[in-house]
Design a binder for this molecule. Structure first.
Ligand code: PMP
Length: 362
């Protein structure tokens, strides 16, 4: 609508207008219950219907089989950097990390507190612009799992296919491309994602984990990090982030109504192609450093050949209601996050602006 901007933020990020309007219409009195979702008991039948529907819609969207648990947790993806090793490893277990950006690096560093992680590949020396050939990976023979960050939000590097771990378990941080495309869940031992990019507000973290991996947490594991506690209690061991789960549920409904994740991926590819083509066809005025085959459909980092114009670019874009285009402070330049909820019109407007900016400043 007229008063909404195009918000290119990396997260919290733009949400579908339809979802916001529906939440608005239900905010004061949820479906005749006489109260908002924020005020409901998390153990009452109304909220139970909300969380159960959210789970079953997510299961439909991603095709999550019955032998996987779906958990709605708190603490952000950052908490999972600790929870996964605590739940899956003994302190002496090895795990492997392929690090393709700063989020994977953070997960690696946190895991050091709980087991014995090995950094078997890092893209750091290339400023995180690529992904290794899987055949060349020197995996540790007894590693409990192999961890990847499926989409590096800051560097814009996305796995298009997944490595096969030597012993069968793959763990993936999907925070910034969760529900952006179909994924074969059965390839993973555990998938986790903070909600605040593609599926809802911050405060909800979704964990999808194969059920046989639950129940072996290290003894010192805090209850709030123990998957068995949350799984046995259907994510209601303590008070969950009720309102956030409700919004995630509305987003899942919306994605199903759009035709599911194949359709969502088709739209995402179209948007990303428009933007990458504009960059690649700018004769070097704009540049994206990421190797073409692994460029993210969600986070598009780019720089200006005349870097002194970057602040001006961000400022002029903001004047035209395109916000949050400044790159992450660690890499500079620009970054356009174009999650599921970014309308095609937003990307078209950005591309038109980029062409106009170039014509004025080339
Ligand atoms: N992993 C990835 C890929 C992320 O993008 C982020 C947040 N930007 C995190 C982990 C950390 O998530 P949170 O802030 O929810 O802890």
């Amino acid at each position: 609508s007229q008063d909404r901007v195009f918000n290119f933020a990396a997260g919290p990020a733009t949400l579908p207008e339809r979802v916001l309007l529906k939440a608005q219409s239900e905010l004061y009195n949820w479906r005749g219950s006489g109260m908002s979702v924020m005020e409901m008991s998390h153990r009452g039948k109304d909220f139970l219907s909300i969380i159960n529907k959210a789970e079953s819609d997510l299961r439909s969207l991603l095709g999550i089989p019955d032998d996987y648990a779906v958990l709605f947790l708190q603490g952000g993806a950052t908490t999972q950097f600790a929870a996964i090793p605590l739940n899956l490893c003994t302190p002496d277990d090895s795990i492997d990390f392929v690090v393709t950006g700063s989020w994977g690096d953070k997960a690696f560093k946190e895991a050091k507190k709980f087991c014995k992680p090995n950094l078997i590949w890092s893209g750091k020396s290339d400023n995180y612009t690529n992904i290794p050939a899987f055949d060349d990976l020197d995996q540790t023979s007894n590693a409990r799992y192999l961890h990847i960050c499926a989409n590096e939000t800051i560097h814009g590097v996305e796995f298009k296919t997944f490595p096969t771990p030597r012993n069968g378990l793959l763990a993936a941080d999907m925070s910034s491309n969760f529900c952006s495309k179909p994924v074969n869940v059965t390839k993973f031992g555990v998938i986790y994602a903070g909600a605040q990019k593609n599926v809802g507000p911050s405060g909800v973290t979704i964990v999808i984990i194969r059920k046989d991996l639950i129940g072996n947490a290290q003894e010192k594991t805090p209850v709030m990090l123990d998957y068995k506690i949350h799984s046995d209690n259907n994510s209601l061991y303590n008070t969950p982030p009720c309102y956030g789960i409700y919004i995630c549920g509305l987003v899942f409904e919306d994605l199903l109504e759009q035709g599911g994740l194949e359709e969502v991926e088709r739209k995402n590819k179209h948007k990303a192609n428009l933007l990458y083509n504009a960059i690649d066809e700018s004769k070097g005025f704009y540049r994206c450093p990421v190797e073409k085959s692994v460029r993210s459909l969600m986070n598009v980092p780019f720089t200006l050949e005349k870097s002194e114009l970057e602040a001006e670019f961000v400022k002029e874009a903001a004047k035209e209601k395109m916000l949050q285009l400044k790159g992450h402070r660690s890499v500079g330049g620009m970054r356009a996050s174009i999650y599921n909820a970014m309308p095609l019109a937003g990307v078209e407007k950005l591309v038109a602006f980029m062409k106009d900016f170039q014509a004025r400043h080339a």
